[in-house]
Design a protein around this ligand. Structure first.
Ligand SMILES: C[S@@+](CC[C@H](N)C(=O)[O-])C[C@H]1O[C@@H](n2cnc3c(N)ncnc32)[C@H](O)[C@@H]1O
Length: 327
């Protein structure tokens, strides 16, 4: 099953995600690529553990989804998100048996280390999300990243490093085969938490995360009166910045409904990027409602609230009079 960010709870509950198999072990795979690892690894258990796969590539998501379906692996949830967002926002404390990372992008150029996943902040959140006895399993062909990850795990103060041979399934992935064809080997380490200090969920960009709900009065909105001569033609792309977010208002479109428009905004908050739509719709009393649209399953974050604020402010700049702000 494919989940969007908005389909998750923050934190979520494995019993909700896997209602038919709530008591099985739970494995997260980060950067699953075309999804070859899981069918191999799942077979090494008497019953397939519950699987959560996270990827940032949409093409990989679809390939892996088909592969897992063909393998009959039903208790599997795949999502297209940065792993950092999923681990920090969705996974509850002490819930995972393993976090598997096979052949992560090495970011080999000097000065690019901050793009690497396996750094101190990731290990600290991972230690919180793993059960006692759980571990982060890293397999990589990249010696320098391997040593870097081991050093970062030690520096996190919450992980012990155990070097060992990789599980056979990790040597069946697309990248494993690619390196094997070139005659290169792979290194493997288990990072075992020595402490499980809780790291709270929803700490992305300093605010709480809330999925969109149509009935929720807290969906960011504003009510305003537009000037009689309001014209969407006056819209220009613009950027607003706050402490933790950047909002780019990209475009404003007329909707088929009379007196209706929709603004497209790009919202960046740390590792999380969302494209959101903000509707501007005429109400019976002639005022307009500016409101975050449900389309795309947005997560309500400080940046998304700011996007509704940015649209409202732009309309004020065009002569609108704001009657109520709810963002
Ligand atoms: C080198 S490939 C390895 C793919 C697969 N594990 C394999 O062994 O064939 C690294 C993968 O990690 C994904 N990736 C990179 N950064 C990520 C992130 N922050 N969260 C989730 N996936 C990520 C990339 O899209 C890519 O598919």
């Amino acid at each position: 099953m494919i989940f969007r960010l908005g389909d998750f709870h923050f934190p979520d509950d494995p019993a909700r995600l896997y209602p038919d198999t709530p008591d099985r072990p739970w494995v997260l795979e980060v950067g699953f690529g075309d999804g070859r690892f899981w069918p191999h690894y799942a077979r090494t258990f008497p019953e397939p553990p519950n699987y959560l796969g996270v990827e940032i590539s949409g093409v990989s998501l679809l390939k892996a989804h088909r592969r897992l379906k063909d393998a009959g692996l039903k208790n599997a949830v795949l999502t297209k998100l940065p792993a950092e967002v999923l681990v920090a926002g969705v996974i509850p404390h002490g819930s995972l048996d393993a976090i598997v990372v096979n052949f992560p992008d090495p970011w080999p150029k000097a000065g690019h280390e901050e793009h690497r996943l396996l750094r101190v902040p990731f290990f600290q959140v991972a230690a919180s999300r793993l059960k006692p006895g759980g571990a982060v399993l890293l397999t990589t062909d990249h010696d320098e990243y391997f040593e870097f990850a081991c050093a970062q795990a030690e520096a996190s103060g919450v992980m012990r490093v155990e070097r060992a041979g990789p599980p056979p399934a990790a040597l069946e992935t697309k990248y494993a085969l690619k390196w094997r064809d070139l005659g290169l080997g792979a290194q493997h380490a288990r990072f075992v938490p020595t402490r499980h200090d809780p790291v709270p969920n929803g700490a992305i960009s300093g605010g709480t995360l809330a999925p969109y709900s149509e009935e929720d009065p807290t969906v960011p909105h504003a009510v305003l009166t537009l000037p009689a001569d309001f014209s969407p033609q006056a819209f220009d792309k613009q950027t607003a910045r706050g402490g933790t977010w950047t909002v780019v208002l990209l475009d404003l479109y007329a909707t088929l409904r009379r007196g209706g428009w929709v603004a497209l905004a790009h919202v960046v908050e740390g590792d999380l990027t969302q494209e959101v739509l903000v509707g501007i719709t005429e109400r019976e009393d002639g005022t307009h409602l500016v409101r975050l649209a449900k389309f795309g399953g947005p997560i309500i974050t400080p940046g998304v609230k700011a996007a509704v604020g940015a649209v409202t402010q732009w309309l004020e700049g065009q002569g609108a009079v704001v009657k109520h702000r709810g963002y």
